[in-house]
Design a protein around this ligand. Sequence first.
Ligand code: FAD
Length: 440
Amino acid sequence: MSTDYVIVGSGVAGIAAAETLRAHVPGATITLISEDPAGFYSRPGLAYYLTGVIPDKQLFPQSAEALRALNLKWIQARVERIDTQACCLVLADKRRVPYDRLLLATGARAAAPDFPGGELDGVVTLDTYDDARRLVQRARRGTHAVVVGGGITAVELAEGLHARGCHVHYLLRGARYWANLLDAEESELIEGRLRADGIEIHYHTRIRQAVGTGGRLTAVETESGTQIPCKILAVAIGTRPRLELARTAGLTTDRGILADQFLKTNVPNIFAAGDVAQVYDPLTGQATLDTLWPTARAHGVVAAMNMAGTPMIYQRTVAANVTLLAGLPTTIIGVLGGANDDDLVAIARGNSETWLATVPTWVVVERHDVNRIRLMLGDRAINGALIIGDQTLARPIQRLIDAQADITAIRADLLAPGADVLALLHRFWTEWEAAHGPVS
Ligand SMILES: Cc1cc2nc3c(=O)[nH]c(=O)nc-3n(C[C@H](O)[C@H](O)[C@H](O)COP(=O)(O)OP(=O)(O)OC[C@H]3O[C@@H](n4cnc5c(N)ncnc54)[C@H](O)[C@@H]3O)c2cc1C
Protein backbone atom coordinates (compact mmCIF):
# COMPACT_ATOMS: atom_id res chain seq x y z
CA MET A 1 0.00 0.00 0.00
CA SER A 2 1.39 3.42 -0.90
CA THR A 3 1.53 6.26 1.60
CA ASP A 4 -0.93 9.16 1.26
CA TYR A 5 0.88 12.46 1.68
CA VAL A 6 -1.29 15.51 2.26
CA ILE A 7 -0.08 19.10 2.36
CA VAL A 8 -2.26 22.02 3.49
CA GLY A 9 -1.06 25.27 1.94
CA SER A 10 0.14 26.26 -1.53
CA GLY A 11 2.74 28.76 -0.32
CA VAL A 12 6.47 28.28 -0.72
CA ALA A 13 6.66 25.83 2.22
CA GLY A 14 3.89 23.64 0.78
CA ILE A 15 5.29 23.70 -2.76
CA ALA A 16 8.87 23.00 -1.61
CA ALA A 17 7.52 20.02 0.34
CA ALA A 18 5.58 18.77 -2.69
CA GLU A 19 8.67 19.04 -4.93
CA THR A 20 10.82 17.22 -2.37
CA LEU A 21 8.28 14.43 -1.86
CA ARG A 22 7.87 13.95 -5.60
CA ALA A 23 11.65 13.70 -6.02
CA HIS A 24 12.08 11.18 -3.17
CA VAL A 25 8.92 9.09 -3.41
CA PRO A 26 8.16 9.30 -7.14
CA GLY A 27 5.11 7.05 -7.15
CA ALA A 28 3.40 8.49 -4.06
CA THR A 29 -0.03 10.06 -3.94
CA ILE A 30 0.48 13.70 -2.96
CA THR A 31 -2.58 15.83 -2.27
CA LEU A 32 -2.16 19.57 -1.92
CA ILE A 33 -5.09 21.50 -0.45
CA SER A 34 -5.27 25.27 -0.47
CA GLU A 35 -8.09 27.73 -0.23
CA ASP A 36 -6.20 30.33 -2.27
CA PRO A 37 -7.54 30.34 -5.85
CA ALA A 38 -4.33 31.97 -7.09
CA GLY A 39 -2.24 28.93 -6.09
CA PHE A 40 1.50 29.51 -5.67
CA TYR A 41 2.95 33.00 -6.06
CA SER A 42 5.58 35.26 -4.55
CA ARG A 43 4.13 37.04 -1.51
CA PRO A 44 7.18 39.34 -1.18
CA GLY A 45 6.54 40.26 -4.83
CA LEU A 46 3.07 41.62 -4.00
CA ALA A 47 4.63 44.91 -2.84
CA TYR A 48 6.46 45.33 -6.17
CA TYR A 49 3.23 44.56 -8.02
CA LEU A 50 1.50 47.23 -5.94
CA THR A 51 4.09 49.87 -6.83
CA GLY A 52 3.84 48.84 -10.49
CA VAL A 53 7.50 47.76 -10.68
CA ILE A 54 6.49 44.28 -11.89
CA PRO A 55 3.42 43.02 -13.78
CA ASP A 56 1.30 40.42 -12.02
CA LYS A 57 2.50 37.56 -14.23
CA GLN A 58 5.97 37.94 -12.69
CA LEU A 59 4.50 36.99 -9.31
CA PHE A 60 4.23 33.36 -10.34
CA PRO A 61 7.62 31.61 -9.94
CA GLN A 62 6.46 28.32 -11.49
CA SER A 63 4.89 27.76 -14.87
CA ALA A 64 1.61 25.81 -15.04
CA GLU A 65 3.53 22.96 -16.77
CA ALA A 66 6.13 22.78 -13.99
CA LEU A 67 3.36 22.50 -11.39
CA ARG A 68 1.50 19.92 -13.49
CA ALA A 69 4.71 17.89 -13.74
CA LEU A 70 4.61 17.42 -9.97
CA ASN A 71 1.52 15.31 -10.52
CA LEU A 72 -0.27 16.55 -7.42
CA LYS A 73 -3.89 16.04 -6.57
CA TRP A 74 -4.66 19.74 -6.12
CA ILE A 75 -7.84 20.59 -4.18
CA GLN A 76 -8.94 24.19 -3.91
CA ALA A 77 -10.87 24.24 -0.64
CA ARG A 78 -10.66 25.34 2.95
CA VAL A 79 -9.75 22.66 5.45
CA GLU A 80 -12.13 23.01 8.35
CA ARG A 81 -10.65 20.54 10.80
CA ILE A 82 -8.32 17.60 11.29
CA ASP A 83 -9.73 14.34 12.60
CA THR A 84 -6.58 12.92 14.18
CA GLN A 85 -8.35 9.72 15.30
CA ALA A 86 -9.46 8.83 11.78
CA CYS A 87 -6.36 10.45 10.17
CA CYS A 88 -8.37 12.55 7.78
CA LEU A 89 -9.10 16.18 6.98
CA VAL A 90 -12.60 17.58 6.84
CA LEU A 91 -13.06 20.23 4.17
CA ALA A 92 -15.51 23.14 4.34
CA ASP A 93 -17.77 21.30 1.85
CA LYS A 94 -17.67 18.27 4.22
CA ARG A 95 -15.48 16.15 1.92
CA ARG A 96 -13.05 14.00 3.86
CA VAL A 97 -9.45 13.55 2.74
CA PRO A 98 -7.48 10.74 4.40
CA TYR A 99 -3.78 11.11 5.17
CA ASP A 100 -0.91 8.92 6.32
CA ARG A 101 1.50 11.86 6.68
CA LEU A 102 0.22 15.43 6.92
CA LEU A 103 2.06 18.72 6.54
CA LEU A 104 0.52 21.93 7.87
CA ALA A 105 1.98 24.80 5.86
CA THR A 106 -0.86 27.20 6.54
CA GLY A 107 1.26 30.35 6.77
CA ALA A 108 0.39 33.52 8.64
CA ARG A 109 -2.09 36.28 8.01
CA ALA A 110 -1.97 39.96 8.83
CA ALA A 111 -3.00 40.79 12.40
CA ALA A 112 -6.52 42.21 12.49
CA PRO A 113 -6.96 45.94 13.20
CA ASP A 114 -6.76 46.55 16.94
CA PHE A 115 -9.25 49.44 16.90
CA PRO A 116 -13.02 49.70 16.24
CA GLY A 117 -14.23 50.00 12.65
CA GLY A 118 -11.82 47.42 11.25
CA GLU A 119 -14.68 45.68 9.40
CA LEU A 120 -15.51 48.72 7.22
CA ASP A 121 -15.16 48.42 3.46
CA GLY A 122 -11.89 50.20 2.70
CA VAL A 123 -9.92 48.83 5.65
CA VAL A 124 -7.39 46.49 4.03
CA THR A 125 -4.41 44.25 4.71
CA LEU A 126 -1.88 42.78 2.26
CA ASP A 127 -1.66 38.99 2.47
CA THR A 128 -2.74 37.55 -0.86
CA TYR A 129 -2.70 38.14 -4.59
CA ASP A 130 -6.40 38.92 -4.32
CA ASP A 131 -5.72 41.59 -1.66
CA ALA A 132 -3.11 43.20 -3.91
CA ARG A 133 -5.41 43.23 -6.95
CA ARG A 134 -8.30 44.72 -4.99
CA LEU A 135 -5.99 47.37 -3.57
CA VAL A 136 -4.78 48.32 -7.05
CA GLN A 137 -8.43 48.72 -8.11
CA ARG A 138 -9.24 50.91 -5.10
CA ALA A 139 -6.18 53.12 -5.37
CA ARG A 140 -7.33 55.89 -7.70
CA ARG A 141 -5.32 59.05 -8.38
CA GLY A 142 -6.08 61.58 -5.65
CA THR A 143 -7.66 59.06 -3.26
CA HIS A 144 -6.71 59.76 0.35
CA ALA A 145 -5.21 56.72 2.05
CA VAL A 146 -3.96 56.09 5.57
CA VAL A 147 -1.33 53.48 6.39
CA VAL A 148 -0.78 52.26 9.93
CA GLY A 149 1.85 49.83 11.20
CA GLY A 150 5.54 49.10 11.03
CA GLY A 151 8.20 46.89 9.49
CA ILE A 152 8.67 46.36 5.78
CA THR A 153 5.04 45.92 4.78
CA ALA A 154 3.78 49.25 6.16
CA VAL A 155 6.36 51.17 4.16
CA GLU A 156 5.67 49.03 1.09
CA LEU A 157 1.98 49.84 1.39
CA ALA A 158 2.68 53.56 1.80
CA GLU A 159 4.97 53.57 -1.24
CA GLY A 160 2.63 51.36 -3.28
CA LEU A 161 -0.39 53.57 -2.65
CA HIS A 162 1.70 56.67 -3.33
CA ALA A 163 2.92 55.16 -6.62
CA ARG A 164 -0.72 54.59 -7.60
CA GLY A 165 -1.42 58.30 -7.16
CA CYS A 166 -2.96 58.28 -3.68
CA HIS A 167 -2.31 60.98 -1.12
CA VAL A 168 -0.81 58.94 1.71
CA HIS A 169 -0.80 59.62 5.45
CA TYR A 170 1.50 57.28 7.35
CA LEU A 171 0.61 57.03 11.03
CA LEU A 172 3.31 56.04 13.50
CA ARG A 173 2.33 55.29 17.09
CA GLY A 174 5.82 56.04 18.32
CA ALA A 175 8.50 58.62 17.64
CA ARG A 176 10.12 56.85 14.70
CA TYR A 177 9.88 54.11 12.08
CA TRP A 178 10.75 50.44 12.89
CA ALA A 179 12.16 51.25 16.29
CA ASN A 180 12.81 47.61 17.24
CA LEU A 181 15.28 47.08 14.42
CA LEU A 182 16.61 50.36 13.04
CA ASP A 183 18.64 52.90 14.99
CA ALA A 184 17.39 56.50 15.15
CA GLU A 185 19.52 57.65 12.22
CA GLU A 186 18.40 54.77 10.00
CA SER A 187 14.74 55.49 10.84
CA GLU A 188 15.23 59.13 9.95
CA LEU A 189 16.88 58.17 6.65
CA ILE A 190 13.82 56.12 5.63
CA GLU A 191 11.30 58.66 6.95
CA GLY A 192 13.11 61.49 5.14
CA ARG A 193 12.82 59.67 1.82
CA LEU A 194 9.13 58.95 2.36
CA ARG A 195 8.53 62.62 3.19
CA ALA A 196 10.50 63.70 0.12
CA ASP A 197 8.14 61.54 -1.97
CA GLY A 198 5.18 63.45 -0.51
CA ILE A 199 4.03 60.91 2.07
CA GLU A 200 2.76 62.70 5.19
CA ILE A 201 4.11 61.08 8.35
CA HIS A 202 2.15 61.62 11.59
CA TYR A 203 4.18 60.75 14.70
CA HIS A 204 2.76 59.71 18.10
CA THR A 205 -0.56 59.12 16.42
CA ARG A 206 -2.89 56.29 17.42
CA ILE A 207 -6.16 55.43 15.74
CA ARG A 208 -9.17 55.66 18.04
CA GLN A 209 -11.50 54.29 15.37
CA ALA A 210 -12.10 53.91 11.68
CA VAL A 211 -15.21 55.93 10.78
CA GLY A 212 -17.67 55.15 8.00
CA THR A 213 -21.11 55.59 6.55
CA GLY A 214 -23.19 52.80 5.02
CA GLY A 215 -20.44 50.32 5.90
CA ARG A 216 -17.80 52.26 3.93
CA LEU A 217 -14.74 53.88 5.37
CA THR A 218 -14.79 57.68 5.26
CA ALA A 219 -12.16 58.72 7.79
CA VAL A 220 -9.77 57.73 10.51
CA GLU A 221 -10.23 59.30 13.91
CA THR A 222 -7.06 59.59 15.97
CA GLU A 223 -6.87 59.48 19.77
CA SER A 224 -6.37 63.24 19.81
CA GLY A 225 -9.76 63.61 18.09
CA THR A 226 -8.45 64.62 14.66
CA GLN A 227 -10.28 63.12 11.68
CA ILE A 228 -8.27 62.25 8.57
CA PRO A 229 -10.69 61.75 5.64
CA CYS A 230 -9.73 58.65 3.61
CA LYS A 231 -11.15 55.89 1.46
CA ILE A 232 -8.37 53.38 2.18
CA LEU A 233 -6.92 52.40 5.53
CA ALA A 234 -4.09 49.89 5.09
CA VAL A 235 -3.16 48.02 8.27
CA ALA A 236 0.24 46.32 8.72
CA ILE A 237 0.69 45.87 12.46
CA GLY A 238 2.18 42.37 12.30
CA THR A 239 1.20 38.83 11.39
CA ARG A 240 -0.39 35.89 13.18
CA PRO A 241 0.40 32.29 12.27
CA ARG A 242 -2.75 30.47 11.15
CA LEU A 243 -3.20 28.12 14.08
CA GLU A 244 -6.94 27.34 13.87
CA LEU A 245 -6.53 23.81 12.47
CA ALA A 246 -3.67 22.92 14.78
CA ARG A 247 -5.40 24.14 17.93
CA THR A 248 -8.66 22.31 17.34
CA ALA A 249 -6.71 19.13 16.54
CA GLY A 250 -4.85 19.27 19.84
CA LEU A 251 -1.41 20.12 18.46
CA THR A 252 0.84 22.00 20.86
CA THR A 253 1.02 25.66 19.95
CA ASP A 254 2.65 28.74 21.35
CA ARG A 255 3.01 31.72 19.00
CA GLY A 256 3.15 29.16 16.18
CA ILE A 257 2.78 25.38 15.92
CA LEU A 258 5.61 23.96 18.01
CA ALA A 259 7.82 21.72 15.88
CA ASP A 260 11.02 19.87 16.69
CA GLN A 261 14.21 19.87 14.60
CA PHE A 262 12.58 17.37 12.23
CA LEU A 263 9.59 19.70 11.81
CA LYS A 264 7.45 17.13 13.62
CA THR A 265 4.62 18.32 15.84
CA ASN A 266 3.55 16.55 19.04
CA VAL A 267 0.94 14.51 17.10
CA PRO A 268 2.27 11.48 15.20
CA ASN A 269 2.53 11.88 11.42
CA ILE A 270 1.71 15.59 11.48
CA PHE A 271 4.45 18.05 10.50
CA ALA A 272 4.53 21.86 10.32
CA ALA A 273 6.56 24.19 8.09
CA GLY A 274 6.85 27.83 7.07
CA ASP A 275 5.39 30.91 8.74
CA VAL A 276 3.08 28.78 10.88
CA ALA A 277 5.90 26.74 12.45
CA GLN A 278 7.74 27.75 15.60
CA VAL A 279 10.79 25.57 15.32
CA TYR A 280 13.04 24.39 18.13
CA ASP A 281 16.72 25.26 17.87
CA PRO A 282 18.92 23.03 20.04
CA LEU A 283 21.75 25.60 19.93
CA THR A 284 19.72 28.26 21.73
CA GLY A 285 17.17 25.97 23.39
CA GLN A 286 14.43 28.20 22.00
CA ALA A 287 11.64 27.79 19.49
CA THR A 288 11.33 30.84 17.25
CA LEU A 289 9.15 32.19 14.46
CA ASP A 290 10.40 33.51 11.14
CA THR A 291 8.30 35.14 8.43
CA LEU A 292 10.92 34.73 5.73
CA TRP A 293 10.50 33.19 2.29
CA PRO A 294 13.85 31.26 2.25
CA THR A 295 13.19 29.87 5.74
CA ALA A 296 9.72 28.68 4.72
CA ARG A 297 11.22 26.96 1.67
CA ALA A 298 13.92 25.25 3.78
CA HIS A 299 11.29 24.08 6.30
CA GLY A 300 9.22 22.59 3.47
CA VAL A 301 12.19 20.59 2.17
CA VAL A 302 13.19 19.25 5.60
CA ALA A 303 9.62 18.39 6.61
CA ALA A 304 9.12 16.49 3.35
CA MET A 305 12.34 14.50 3.78
CA ASN A 306 11.18 13.38 7.21
CA MET A 307 7.69 12.62 5.92
CA ALA A 308 9.30 10.48 3.23
CA GLY A 309 11.19 8.55 5.91
CA THR A 310 14.66 10.04 5.41
CA PRO A 311 15.60 11.66 8.72
CA MET A 312 16.86 15.21 8.24
CA ILE A 313 17.49 17.89 10.85
CA TYR A 314 16.52 21.46 10.16
CA GLN A 315 19.75 23.43 10.59
CA ARG A 316 18.81 26.99 11.43
CA THR A 317 20.94 29.38 9.38
CA VAL A 318 21.51 33.02 10.21
CA ALA A 319 18.24 34.75 9.31
CA ALA A 320 18.62 37.34 6.56
CA ASN A 321 16.43 39.47 4.35
CA VAL A 322 17.20 41.60 1.33
CA THR A 323 14.53 44.17 0.67
CA LEU A 324 13.85 47.70 -0.51
CA LEU A 325 13.05 50.35 2.10
CA ALA A 326 11.89 53.64 0.63
CA GLY A 327 13.75 52.72 -2.55
CA LEU A 328 16.99 51.84 -0.78
CA PRO A 329 18.29 48.27 -1.03
CA THR A 330 18.55 46.97 2.53
CA THR A 331 20.06 43.76 3.88
CA ILE A 332 19.33 42.64 7.41
CA ILE A 333 21.40 39.76 8.84
CA GLY A 334 21.68 38.02 12.19
CA VAL A 335 21.23 39.51 15.63
CA LEU A 336 20.49 43.23 15.78
CA GLY A 337 18.87 43.59 19.20
CA GLY A 338 16.21 46.20 19.53
CA ALA A 339 13.80 48.17 21.63
CA ASN A 340 10.01 47.98 21.68
CA ASP A 341 8.08 48.90 18.59
CA ASP A 342 4.67 50.43 19.28
CA ASP A 343 3.69 50.02 15.64
CA LEU A 344 3.75 46.23 15.72
CA VAL A 345 1.53 43.97 17.83
CA ALA A 346 3.18 40.79 16.48
CA ILE A 347 6.06 39.71 14.23
CA ALA A 348 6.08 41.66 10.94
CA ARG A 349 6.46 40.15 7.45
CA GLY A 350 9.97 39.38 6.25
CA ASN A 351 11.26 39.15 9.83
CA SER A 352 12.89 36.75 12.22
CA GLU A 353 12.44 36.70 15.97
CA THR A 354 16.14 35.88 16.14
CA TRP A 355 16.98 39.40 14.91
CA LEU A 356 15.76 40.82 18.21
CA ALA A 357 17.78 38.59 20.54
CA THR A 358 19.90 40.56 22.98
CA VAL A 359 23.52 39.50 23.24
CA PRO A 360 26.46 41.65 24.31
CA THR A 361 27.50 43.64 21.24
CA TRP A 362 29.64 46.57 20.26
CA VAL A 363 28.19 48.66 17.47
CA VAL A 364 30.21 49.96 14.56
CA VAL A 365 28.59 52.33 12.07
CA GLU A 366 29.94 53.48 8.72
CA ARG A 367 27.91 56.14 6.90
CA HIS A 368 28.27 57.97 3.64
CA ASP A 369 25.38 59.80 1.95
CA VAL A 370 22.42 57.34 2.01
CA ASN A 371 24.72 54.36 2.56
CA ARG A 372 25.00 52.78 5.98
CA ILE A 373 26.72 49.71 7.36
CA ARG A 374 25.97 48.86 10.96
CA LEU A 375 27.90 45.93 12.39
CA MET A 376 27.04 44.23 15.67
CA LEU A 377 30.34 42.86 16.97
CA GLY A 378 30.63 40.02 19.45
CA ASP A 379 33.87 39.09 21.18
CA ARG A 380 35.24 37.14 18.22
CA ALA A 381 32.72 37.36 15.38
CA ILE A 382 30.17 39.63 13.76
CA ASN A 383 26.73 38.77 15.19
CA GLY A 384 24.59 40.88 12.92
CA ALA A 385 24.59 43.62 10.32
CA LEU A 386 22.31 46.08 8.64
CA ILE A 387 23.40 47.38 5.26
CA ILE A 388 21.44 50.18 3.60
CA GLY A 389 22.19 51.58 0.14
CA ASP A 390 25.43 50.35 -1.42
CA GLN A 391 25.29 46.55 -1.18
CA THR A 392 28.88 45.78 -2.27
CA LEU A 393 29.78 44.32 1.11
CA ALA A 394 26.39 42.73 1.89
CA ARG A 395 27.15 39.20 0.66
CA PRO A 396 30.70 39.18 2.09
CA ILE A 397 29.40 40.32 5.48
CA GLN A 398 26.63 37.73 5.34
CA ARG A 399 29.22 35.06 4.60
CA LEU A 400 31.40 36.22 7.52
CA ILE A 401 28.39 36.10 9.85
CA ASP A 402 27.20 32.70 8.57
CA ALA A 403 30.70 31.28 9.06
CA GLN A 404 31.17 33.11 12.39
CA ALA A 405 34.55 34.17 10.99
CA ASP A 406 37.08 35.08 13.66
CA ILE A 407 37.55 38.85 13.36
CA THR A 408 39.76 39.37 16.39
CA ALA A 409 42.58 40.53 14.08
CA ILE A 410 40.61 43.66 13.11
CA ARG A 411 38.16 43.99 15.99
CA ALA A 412 40.07 46.68 17.90
CA ASP A 413 40.70 48.63 14.69
CA LEU A 414 37.00 48.49 13.78
CA LEU A 415 36.09 49.89 17.18
CA ALA A 416 38.73 52.63 17.16
CA PRO A 417 37.37 56.19 16.82
CA GLY A 418 37.48 57.35 13.18
CA ALA A 419 38.14 53.82 11.90
CA ASP A 420 37.97 53.33 8.14
CA VAL A 421 35.45 50.52 8.49
CA LEU A 422 35.03 49.95 4.75
CA ALA A 423 38.76 49.61 4.11
CA LEU A 424 39.18 47.29 7.11
CA LEU A 425 36.29 45.09 5.99
CA HIS A 426 37.45 45.03 2.37
CA ARG A 427 40.94 43.95 3.37
CA PHE A 428 39.75 41.37 5.87
CA TRP A 429 37.25 39.97 3.40
CA THR A 430 39.82 39.68 0.59
CA GLU A 431 42.15 37.68 2.82
CA TRP A 432 39.35 35.58 4.30
CA GLU A 433 37.90 34.78 0.88
CA ALA A 434 41.33 33.78 -0.43
CA ALA A 435 41.62 31.34 2.46
CA HIS A 436 38.03 30.03 2.46
CA GLY A 437 36.76 30.28 -1.12
CA PRO A 438 34.72 32.83 -3.08
CA VAL A 439 31.29 34.06 -2.06
CA SER A 440 28.52 32.11 -3.80
C1 FAD B 1 3.42 41.71 1.51
C2 FAD B 1 4.45 40.71 1.95
C3 FAD B 1 5.79 41.07 1.95
C4 FAD B 1 6.75 40.14 2.35
N1 FAD B 1 8.07 40.50 2.30
C5 FAD B 1 9.02 39.56 2.55
C6 FAD B 1 10.40 39.86 2.38
O1 FAD B 1 10.79 40.99 2.08
N2 FAD B 1 11.31 38.86 2.59
C7 FAD B 1 10.93 37.60 2.97
O2 FAD B 1 11.79 36.74 3.12
N3 FAD B 1 9.63 37.31 3.17
C8 FAD B 1 8.67 38.25 2.97
N4 FAD B 1 7.35 37.95 3.15
C9 FAD B 1 7.02 36.69 3.84
C10 FAD B 1 7.02 35.46 2.94
O3 FAD B 1 6.24 35.70 1.83
C11 FAD B 1 6.51 34.31 3.79
O4 FAD B 1 7.47 34.04 4.79
C12 FAD B 1 6.26 33.04 2.99
O5 FAD B 1 5.42 33.30 1.90
C13 FAD B 1 5.63 31.99 3.89
O6 FAD B 1 5.28 30.87 3.14
P1 FAD B 1 4.34 29.74 3.75
O7 FAD B 1 4.29 28.68 2.70
O8 FAD B 1 4.76 29.39 5.11
O9 FAD B 1 2.89 30.41 3.93
P2 FAD B 1 1.94 31.14 2.92
O10 FAD B 1 2.65 31.62 1.71
O11 FAD B 1 1.20 32.15 3.74
O12 FAD B 1 0.93 30.00 2.45
C14 FAD B 1 -0.05 29.47 3.31
C15 FAD B 1 -1.06 28.72 2.49
O13 FAD B 1 -1.95 28.01 3.35
C16 FAD B 1 -3.29 28.16 2.86
N5 FAD B 1 -4.18 27.88 3.98
C17 FAD B 1 -4.09 28.35 5.25
N6 FAD B 1 -5.06 27.82 6.02
C18 FAD B 1 -5.79 27.00 5.21
C19 FAD B 1 -6.93 26.16 5.41
N7 FAD B 1 -7.52 26.03 6.60
N8 FAD B 1 -7.41 25.47 4.36
C20 FAD B 1 -6.82 25.56 3.13
N9 FAD B 1 -5.74 26.32 2.89
C21 FAD B 1 -5.22 27.03 3.92
C22 FAD B 1 -3.29 29.56 2.31
O14 FAD B 1 -4.36 29.77 1.41
C23 FAD B 1 -1.92 29.59 1.61
O15 FAD B 1 -1.98 28.96 0.35
C24 FAD B 1 6.36 38.84 2.76
C25 FAD B 1 5.00 38.49 2.75
C26 FAD B 1 4.04 39.41 2.34
C27 FAD B 1 2.58 39.01 2.34
